[in-house]
Write a protein of this length. Sequence first.
Length: 393
Amino acid sequence: MVKLYKHPKEHELYYYFNAKGEKLWMFRHKYHNPSGKRREKKKSGFKTEKAAIKALIEVKALTLRGDTKQFDYENMTVAQWLDNWYESNYIKWAPTTQAIRKNAIENRLKPMIGNYKLQKLDRATYQRVFINKLIEKFKPNSVKTWHSIFRIAINAAVEDEILPRNRFVNVSIPDEEEIIRDNYLTEKELNILLDYAKEHESITNYSALLVLAYTGMRKGELMGLHWKNIDFDKQTITIEYTRDRNGIRKPKTNNSYRTILVDPIIIEQLKKYKVWCKQLLFKYGIKLKDNQLVFISEDGAIPISEVRLNKALKKITKKTGINTITIHGLRHTHATILLNRNTNVKAIAERLGNTVDMINRIYGHLTKDSSDALISIFSDSLKASGAKIGANE
């Protein structure tokens, strides 16, 4: 038991000596909580008398105002608060909201950060042990959903005066656009994928994958293509829509509106695909028009769903043994191939509907081939001029 020595003037202040013989300070402040129960708030480990006095004054100020919840709940864990928050509020939520939040609490939040003290968990730790770990395995939108739920729960703790503020406001979660990791194919792997798709997949799947690979457009942009967006004479595709499960809409940024030149291979395939679409639509008594969506299903001639291409790509990568990627990985593949061919970054940014800064930020670390090529070009130029340069002996 460590012996405590009272401060000569402040009766709630003490000093003591640790095992190393160092003099440290602590305080023990007694107070009554709002329900009238006697409590004690204590804290030790202060290296100076001044620091201990300052902390004690702050605690006294809080107790005088009746703001004692932070003391009463100082040992509460994140898991305990999440359970408390859910049980106190779930009745006010819609069934779907209940299910989503319960799932996030039980399967993500509690297993990963539940053991931390609610008042001790800081933003840096939260970013490192929760957000960053999830980003390695899950899509950014899923991580954003779980983070949003945690923020709502923390806001409730602030409203209940258990926490002084929400420390998890400016947490960094990258967009899917910015996460590449190994989500791309080499040129050889891309050829294997497209060859397999041409031979074994439906004409819709093959045509869609070919367009994605050769243009680098986003999945939503592909699904939002209308026949009026394809100029077969000028060999261009204009991107002015995006489509997902919530319907068709305009792109979010001005950069996304663009008209790009495409390879003759794409034009020829789309011509064949258009003939096939006309024949399919004719079976259903429908005439193909320019304002119709390009990619349709064999069953019912309806626009393809979001999951269709995901399933097709997953099957192909499994069958061929190439690197497993997402549909967005074809966009990354397009960009990395162009960059490694020393294509102008501004031209790539315009083609993808991005900014130059974003291209450099996302793909800068993947352009080793380009850097090696530049080194070789410089070295070969000197050698060609007769230079005899090498290591000094």
